[in-house]
Design a protein around this ligand. Structure first.
Ligand SMILES: O=C1O[C@H]([C@@H](O)CO)C(O)=C1O
Length: 552
C-alpha cells in the first residue's frame, strides 16, 4: 500500500454550475474538488490550505471510518477546530475498504456552497471486486441554490423563520442547466441555452455496445432526495456506501443525500441510438427540473438526440416505491454479520420539528444540537470541565407522544450534551420519525453516522414497538451502511459496535436540517484516542491550554 499526497487550497471561485455565474467554494480553483483515487489500505495525506478570506474550513471524508485517526474526521466543533484562513491542516488517514465515497465541507453550510468532491477506493492489489465490468463512470450528484449559503443561514436562524425552499437546479458532476432546455440545445445548437459554457454542458457517458459499465453514484445534495434512471436500461445494484450488497435489478434507484451506490449497466439496447440518464426529485414536492446526462453509444455523435424521451421520475410522494427499494438492499453473502445477541443498549431517537424561543429547529428527544466552541474530541480526551453541556441526553421519548400529530408542546431546548457509549459495546439506535410542525407533514431524513458502518436491522411504519419490532429485526443479512433514511411517520433500526475510539456525529444529512440542530453526538473509548495533533485543538479551551503549555 501507498501513501498518496495531495496539496489543496480551498477558496472562493467564480463558476457557472447551472449556466448562471456564482461565487462558490472550490478546491485548487476547481468545482467540484479533485477526485481522490486510491487503493484499499492506502494512506491519504491532504495538506489543506484555507484560502477563504474570512472564514474557517474543515473537510469530512464521508464513509471513511477513521480507525485510529478520529482527529481527521473533519467535523468542526467535534473532531477539530475549524482551520483558520491562511492556515494549513494535514489530514492523514487510511482508506481500508474499496468503495465509492466522497468528501465535503462540514462547517456551517459550506457543503451547500460547493465544497465537495469524489473519493474512490479501488480493491487492494491482488484483491478482486465480486463482480466484473468493462469500464466505469463516476456520477457525483448534488443540488444547487442561487441564494448564497450566508443568506440561507441567516434565514434559517431568523424570526420569523425563512426556509431555503427547493433548489434551483440539480447537478451531475457539478453541471446542470437552469432555465434552458437541454433537448432544445441539442436540437437547435445553442438556441435555448445561450450561456451554456463547458461549466454547465451536460455530462456525456461514452459507451460501447454490449459492454457492462459500473456507475458509481453518490449524492451530496443539500436537500433533495433523488431518483436516477436510464432510458431503456436496467441497473443491477452491487454496492451501497462502500459495502457490497446482494445484487438485484432495478429500473430506477432512489438516492438520498449522504448515500452512495454502484450499479452495473449493460449496453444491450439499440446501438444506433443514444439514451437519457435522468435524475429527479423525490420525497418533497418538486420545483426543480430533472437533470439529464447522455449515454452516448459510440460511434454515434454525442449530440445525436436520444430517440426516446427521458425516463419519467416516479411521483414524489410514492413512498411505497422508495420503501420497496430500501427493503431490497441486503448484505452480500459472506458479509460481516451483526452480533446476534440483543444489544447492550438501545437508544430511541425521536425526530421532531420544534421551536426554541420562537426560532424553528429540529430536535432529537426534544434537544436541538448546538455545537460547543471547543471540539468534543479535545475536551473529552483531556477531561476539560464545562466545555459542553453536562448530563446524558435522553434515551427515549415519552410513551404518550403521538408521532402522527404535530407536537402538542413544540418548545424544545438547545444543548451540546453527548451520548457517552461504553467502548466495544453493541448499540441499537431506533430513529423514530414524527409529524413536523404543520399538520399532515412528515419528511424524509437521511441519517449519517461518522466513524462507523452500521447494520440496518429494519424499517417500519408508525411508532416503533419495543417488543414486536425488535423480534422482527433482520440479523441474518442486514446491509452495512453509513447513511440510512427514515421514511415519513416511520422508524428505522440500526446496530453498530462502539469499537472506534473517538467522538462521532450522527445526524440528518440534509444541510439546513443539521444546521437547525438535527443531530446527536456519540463518544466512545475516548481514553484510547492517541495523541491528537495540536493543530486540531487551536480553539476554545484546548487553544487556551496550548497557549499555557498545558496539553501533553
Ligand atoms: O425544516 C424545514 O422547514 C420547512 C418547513 O417545515 C417550514 O417552512 C421545510 O420544508 C423543512 O424541511
Amino acid at each position: 500500500s501507498k501513501t498518496r499526497h495531495f496539496k489543496w487550497e480551498v477558496g472562493y471561485i467564480y463558476a457557472s454550475p447551472d449556466c448562471n455565474e456564482k461565487v462558490l467554494i472550490g478546491i485548487n480553483g476547481k468545482f467540484p474538488g479533485p477526485t481522490i483515487r486510491a487503493k484499499a489500505g492506502d494512506t491519504i495525506h491532504v495538506e489543506l490550505k484555507n484560502a477563504l478570506h474570512t472564514e474557517g474550513v474543515v473537510i469530512h471524508w464521508h464513509g471513511i471510518r477513521q480507525l485510529g485517526t478520529p482527529w481527521a474526521d473533519g467535523t468542526a466543533s467535534i473532531s477539530q477546530c475549524a482551520i483558520d484562513p491562511e492556515e494549513t491542516f494535514l489530514y492523514r488517514f487510511r482508506v481500508e475498504k474499496a468503495g465509492t465515497y466522497f468528501y465535503h465541507g462540514h462547517y456551517g453550510m459550506q457543503r451547500a456552497a460547493g465544497l465537495y468532491g469524489s473519493l474512490i477506493v479501488d480493491a487492494a492489489d491482488g484483491e478482486e471486486e465480486p463482480f466484473r465490468y468493462d469500464g466505469e463512470f463516476n456520477l457525483l450528484l448534488s443540488d444547487w441554490y442561487h441564494q448564497s449559503i450566508y443568506d440561507q443561514m441567516v434565514g434559517l436562524s431568523s424570526k420569523p423563520f425563512r426556509w431555503i425552499g427547493e433548489p434551483q437546479t440539480l447537478l451531475i458532476n457539478g453541471r446542470g442547466q437552469h432555465n434552458c432546455s437541454l433537448a432544445a440545445h441539442l436540437i437547435e445548437g445553442s438556441g435555448k441555452c445561450e450561456s451554456m459554457s463547458k461549466d454547465c454542458a451536460p455530462v456525456v457517458l461514452r459507451v460501447l455496445p454490449n459492454k457492462t459499465y459500473r456507475l458509481r453514484i453518490a449524492s451530496t445534495t443539500s436537500l433533495a432526495s433523488l431518483n436516477l434512471a436510464i432510458g431503456n436500461h436496467k441497473m443491477v445494484v452491487v454496492e451501497a456506501d462502500g459495502n457490497y450488497v446482494e445484487p438485484f435489478m432495478v429500473g430506477d434507484i432512489d438516492i438520498y443525500s449522504g448515500e452512495s451506490y454502484s450499479v452495473l449497466v449493460t449496453t444491450d439496447q439499440n446501438p444506433s441510438s443514444n439514451y437519457w440518464l435522468s435524475i429527479g426529485v423525490r420525497g418533497r414536492k418538486p420545483k426543480t427540473s430533472p437533470a439529464l446526462a447522455i449515454v452516448n453509444y459510440r460511434p454515434n455523435s454525442p449530440s445525436k438526440l436520444p430517440e426516446s424521451s427521458p425516463p419519467v421520475v416516479p411521483e414524489w410522494s410514492d413512498y411505497n416505491h422508495s420503501k420497496s427499494l430500501s427493503y431490497r438492499i441486503l448484505a452480500r453473502r459472506g458479509a460481516t454479520k451483526p452480533p446476534p445477541q440483543s444489544a447492550d443498549r438501545r437508544i430511541v431517537l425521536l425526530n421532531t420539528q420544534n421551536t426554541v424561543d420562537g426560532y424553528t429547529k429540529w430536535s432529537i428527544n426534544n434537544i436541538s444540537l448546538a455545537l460547543p466552541p471547543t471540539p468534543y474530541l479535545g475536551s473529552m480526551r483531556y477531561r476539560l470541565k464545562n466545555a459542553f453541556d453536562g448530563g446524558m441526553p435522553p434515551e427515549n421519548f415519552p410513551s404518550n407522544y403521538d408521532v402522527m400529530r404535530p407536537p402538542k408542546n413544540p418548545n424544545s431546548t438547545q444543548s451540546s450534551n453527548a451520548y457517552v457509549i461504553r467502548f466495544n459495546s453493541t448499540v441499537d439506535v431506533i430513529l423514530q420519525n414524527a409529524n413536523a410542525l404543520a399538520v399532515n407533514v412528515s419528511e424524509i431524513h437521511p441519517w449519517h453516522l461518522h466513524g462507523h458502518d452500521f447494520w440496518v436491522l429494519g424499517y417500519g411504519d408508525g411508532r416503533f414497538d419495543e417488543e414486536e419490532d425488535v423480534a422482527r429485526f433482520n440479523l441474518k443479512n442486514p446491509p452495512l451502511r453509513n447513511t440510512v433514511v427514515i421514511f415519513p411517520y416511520g422508524w428505522t433500526a440500526i446496530r453498530f459496535v462502539a469499537d472506534n475510539p473517538g467522538v462521532w456525529a450522527f445526524h440528518c444529512h440534509i444541510e439546513p436540517h443539521l444546521h437547525m440542530g438535527m443531530g446527536v453526538i456519540f463518544a466512545e473509548g475516548v481514553e484510547h484516542v492517541g495523541r491528537i495533533p495540536k493543530e486540531a485543538l487551536t480553539c476554545g479551551m484546548t487553544g487556551k491550554m496550548l497557549m499555557d503549555n498545558h496539553l501533553p
